[in-house]
Design a protein around this ligand. Structure first.
Ligand code: AMP
Ligand code: MN
Ligand code: MN
Length: 313
């Protein structure tokens, strides 16, 4: 990716943008790139900006304190924008206002990505972090332990700790190289998965006790109202992992989790066990993702969304 290297070298002010409600992959990819670029080009201005805060169970990664919020940026004026793990420009939320028509590099792994960048590095592999690991080498950036930990977390996040069908022999090769670098897989997995808040455990309990199953569609779903979230003293980060849990039911082929936000809008997440294409269903609501994992945001009511999903299964 020689064009990416040239573009970075020509630019003095670079913004890295990740998606709203950031996960381990968008943070892993963005943070490793930020740290690598800072080390190699100390005189360039490089900002990694996210609309939403870093989730608590990811903030143990060294360097996350450098990630900026929109309010931190007084003088955007970037000459290069690098999008990571963002299937569309809109996925970066309000960060888009800092970018405008700045030259765009699009680094992503979603099949729904329309290649909106001026340069596109879009591959259908496990994670943006896996793409980033190869890119860092091509950019001649030294991968430090901190960068390796960020990438490892990205792999763990998007592969369900190396369990999903998006894992290939190459994914394991990257993991192997990262371990050789000193990454402690057990520590990362413990910090990431085994540090849930009390509220998050309660949200899961509510989901497991109130979920519904539609036998003829093999759909397990759960709808969490904003009231329901608040009554548990929970925040949206506490709902992470619910959609995967719903798919653990033996008879289910597909899961749907709906969460209402404070404005009444619904965030939907879907997962599929085998052949059902949830990217297509998320597309009906203007979202997307992958065949087996996709999401969307909708102004429709939860009843209307469930009805549409059922009709299209
Ligand atoms: P989630 O259910 O939010 O964990 O998302 C599942 C997958 O779909 C992830 O790879 C997301 O990045 C992707 N995704 C979620 N929401 C959207 C959206 N509105 N547009 C495109 N991709 C999305
Ligand atoms: Mn992501
Ligand atoms: Mn991803």
């Amino acid at each position: 990716m020689i064009e990416i290297k040239e573009k970075i070298e020509q630019s003095n002010s670079i913004i890295i943008a990740g998606h709203v409600n950031p996960d381990g992959d968008t943070i892993g990819a963005g943070l490793s790139l930020l740290l690598g670029l800072e080390n190699k080009y100390p005189n360039k201005r490089i900002d990694f900006v996210l609309q939403d805060p870093v989730p608590k169970n990811i903030s143990f990664l060294k360097g996350t304190e450098k990630i900026k919020k929109i309010e931190d940026i007084n003088n955007p004026n970037y000459d290069l924008a690098i999008f990571v793990d963002s299937a569309t420009i809109e996925r970066v939320g309000k960060v888009e206002s800092l970018i405008g028509d700045t030259f765009k590099i699009n680094i992503d792994h979603h099949i729904s990505n329309p290649k909106y960048g001026d340069i596109n590095l879009v591959k259908d592999i496990s994670s943006t972090s896996e793409i980033m690991f190869s890119l860092l080498k091509e950019l001649d950036l030294v991968v430090t332990l901190e960068m390796g930990e960020a990438i490892y977390l990205g792999l763990v996040n998007d592969t369900g700790n190396f369990a999903h069908s998006n894992v290939t022999d190459k994914t394991f090769l990257v993991a192997s190289e990262l371990m050789r670098l000193g990454v402690n897989n057990n520590k990362i997995v413990n910090d990431f998965f085994k540090t849930k808040s009390f509220q998050r455990m309660k949200v899961l309990g509510k989901a497991l006790s109130e979920m519904k199953f539609i036998q003829d569609k093999k759909l397990m779903y759960f709808n969490l109202s904003y009231e329901g979230l608040k009554s548990l003293g929970a925040i949206k980060d506490d709902t992470e992992g619910v959609v995967e849990e719903l798919l653990n039911y033996g008879d289910s082929e597909v899961s749907l989790f709906l969460r209402e936000d404070e404005t009444g809008k619904i965030k939907g997440s879907m997962r599929s066990k085998h052949d059902i294409d949830v990217n297509k269903i998320a597309g009906i609501f203007g979202g997307g993702g992958h065949i087996k994992a996709a999401g969307f945001t909708s102004e429709l009511s939860s009843e209307e969304i469930i009805k549409k999903v059922v009709e299209n299964l």
